[in-house]
Ligand binder design. Structure first.
Ligand SMILES: [Zn+2]
Length: 352
């Protein structure tokens, strides 16, 4: 057993007690009564300085999680966490000599290197729409984005808040937009799980927790689509309104979406290995065709305090929100994607 600080253990127990009442981490307020539906307003709220950069296991992160859950509730999604829309993700926090925060999953099988740190908590936010098809309704499609970002850090040009407007408030808004579109249309044939994860920037922590505690068993999860950084157009994807899909040729998903008229192309920068660098890879390594839709153009605001709302191209974003919603509809109602020969990654390896 690892050395723990008794006071921090009590804090975690209190946090758990609060969560069991349907609250977000800590003794914070309940879900907000109103959450903006408009994409620009919602993205602006998530990337506001008041969210403090949404670093995992911080007050800013908890505020963002409550906002996202409030939006899911407004859309009428079925709560699919272990505490309403919240799926508790137990973590351990360590601090390096330079004060840098380190976070790892806490729990059996997750103590990567037996960290002796402070137990802390964050959450994934999960809502779903039940599939109605008699044959396919037990199957699920996961559509996800990560809500965490880098928090408050070294100031650059006097700004120390790493807002993460593009990375990945833009993806969160897209997933919630797809939820709105599907909830407002005919019920999907397959169940659609809307999964907004924490801890991506710290090593896909929230997704790794979800994989071990899925809302629908992984054997019945037929596809995963992640949305990452769609706030600015990429000329290599064809410019405004267009996106690329990581690992496009690895499965049938990319061609299936393109055939449905959705403006996605192959990842134009395969040397960057983006297929291995986002939440999708954790699903792919479990055998589920999983890709990330993005229009990241290698802008220099990546992981900088200047990843601000003011630099989001909202006309482009609106077109990609539409593309995301249509892609989710195709995956929910159409053929299940399959790996192409040689496309499925090894069960373990880089980016797990
Ligand atoms: Zn990201």
């Amino acid at each position: 057993m690892q050395r723990t600080n008794a006071l921090s253990l009590i804090a975690v127990l209190l946090a758990l007690a609060g969560l069991s009442c349907g609250r977000a981490p800590g003794a914070g307020p309940p879900l907000p009564d109103t959450v903006p539906a408009d994409p620009r307003a919602l993205l602006s709220a998530l990337a506001a300085d008041s969210m403090e950069g949404r670093a995992t296991a911080t007050a800013g992160s908890a505020r963002a999680a409550r906002l996202i859950a409030g939006r899911m509730r407004a859309l009428g999604l079925e709560p699919a966490g272990d505490s309403g829309y919240f799926q508790r993700v137990p973590l351990t926090l360590t601090r390096g000599a330079d004060g840098a925060r380190g976070l790892q999953l806490l729990g059996p099988g997750h103590a990567d290197s037996a960290p002796a740190g402070q137990p802390v908590m964050d959450v994934n936010v999960i809502g779903l729409l039940r599939g109605v098809d008699s044959a396919l309704g037990d199957e699920a499609v996961v559509v996800g984005a990560h809500f965490d970002h880098l928090g408050i850090g070294a100031p650059v040009a006097g700004d120390s808040i790493y807002n993460g407007a593009d990375d990945d408030a833009s993806g969160v808004v897209a997933v919630l937009g797809a939820a709105q579109a599907l909830a407002g249309g005919p019920p999907p044939r397959r169940t659609v799980v809307f999964l907004i994860t924490t801890g991506e920037e710290q090593g896909l922590l929230g997704t790794r927790w979800y994989i071990d505690h899925p809302a629908v068993p992984l054997e019945r999860t037929v596809a995963d689509l992640q949305v990452e950084m769609i706030g600015r157009p990429d000329s290599l994807a064809g410019g405004p309104g267009r996106a690329w899909l990581t690992g496009y040729e690895r499965s049938t998903m990319g061609r299936q979406l393109a055939a449905a008229g959705i403006p996605v192309v192959d990842d134009p920068r395969p040397a960057f290995d983006f297929f291995l660098r986002s939440d999708n890879i954790a699903f792919a390594r479990r055998g589920i065709p999983a890709h990330t839709l993005s229009s990241y153009n290698l802008h220099t605001d990546y992981h900088q305090p200047s990843d601000e709302v003011e630099r989001v191209d909202f006309d482009h974003l609106a077109r990609l929100l539409d593309a995301t919603a249509r892609a989710v509809r195709v995956l929910a109602d159409g053929d299940a994607p399959r790996w192409n020969p040689g496309g499925r990654p090894e069960p373990s390896g880089a980016g797990s």
